[in-house]
Design a protein around this ligand. Structure first.
Ligand SMILES: C[S@@+](CC[C@H](N)C(=O)[O-])C[C@H]1O[C@@H](n2cnc3c(N)ncnc32)[C@H](O)[C@@H]1O
Length: 270
């Protein structure tokens, strides 16, 4: 096995990351907080008339949970590969290929959500603001936005980055992927930071391993993100026209807390 080069595309078509995204997201919701009940409850209480729009919907797991409650939901994502998975998993839902910073669906919803740090994958501050403005434009007067971000732990945002790799528990291969009996090892490798622009990049390694623990396929890619400070996030929401801006540190409604999550809710004025 020769070492592969690192790709700048985090969700490539036919790649191990895209194929295993749901496994990783499932592990995340077992170890950390599960976002699905929070977004489902919000949709249930706010979105019976005009439905929900999920920006950065990925493979569709959150939209699908909302649809199971009988609420109309549509998803939009920039990655054709992630949307292919969404379409294959949930063919009855409406999926749009598009950029959350620049799209127009020509209709308005009761609730727009950007779950699981989707806004952080927009790595330019002006574009993050444009995404919020597009969300605003797609809300009915009185409609709500909800999103979650990682609150930056400043120890990990320094120019020297973080060289220490972190290996996730080994996964079974997703159905239909890889050689029979092989398993998937995922390692978060080094992280680089640019404190000037608040951009950071995580090097992820995806390896198919056989029963002798030999690597038979390896894919390396960068995940580019941008950290957002809580005062900055509040200002971006205000400048985008939102009111009644509330922040929590988790999906239970606890108060803001440094280096935890930022869970935001806000309204388009009536
Ligand atoms: C961490 S995933 C979250 C997926 C889904 N919301 C979930 O909770 O499983 C972030 C998603 O945002 C998408 N994304 C990144 N930048 C985007 C953009 N500018 N416009 C639309 N989607 C974007 C990625 O393709 C990816 O599917």
């Amino acid at each position: 096995m020769t070492n592969s080069s690192i790709s700048d595309e985090f969700y490539p078509a036919g790649g191990l990351n895209t194929a295993s995204y749901d496994l990783r997201a499932d592990l995340d919701r077992k170890i950390f907080e599960d976002p699905i009940p929070f977004y489902s409850r919000l949709a249930e209480s706010l979105a019976h008339e005009n439905g929900v729009l999920e920006l950065g919907c990925g493979t569709g797991r959150i939209s699908a949970a909302i649809a199971r409650l009988g609420i109309a939901v549509e998803g939009l994502d920039l990655s054709p590969a992630m949307l292919d998975q969404a379409r294959a998993n949930y063919p009855d839902l409406t999926w749009h290929l598009g950029n959350m910073c620049d799209f127009d669906l020509g209709r308005q919803f009761d609730l727009v959500i950007i779950p699981f740090r989707g806004l952080q994958e927009v790595t330019d501050a002006t574009d993050q603001r444009r995404a919020l403005e597009r969300a605003f434009a797609h809300l009915k007067p009185g409609g709500a936005i909800a999103l979650d971000l990682m609150d930056p732990d400043l120890r990990y945002c320094l120019p020297e980055g973080d060289p220490d790799p972190l290996e996730l528990p080994v996964f079974p291969m997703p159905d239909g992927v890889g050689k029979p009996g092989s398993r998937l090892r995922i390692t978060a490798m080094e992280r680089t930071n640019d404190p000037l622009t608040q951009k950071f990049s995580e090097h992820w390694r995806f390896e198919e391993i056989n029963d002798l623990d030999e690597v038979i396929k390896r894919e390396d890619c960068w995940h580019h993100l941008r950290w957002v400070h809580r005062s900055e996030m509040r200002l971006m929401l205000e400048l985008s026209g939102f009111v009644s801006i509330t922040e929590f540190s988790d999906f239970q409604g606890n108060p803001p807390k440094y280096a935890s999550n930022q869970v935001w809710m806000a309204k388009r004025p009536d």
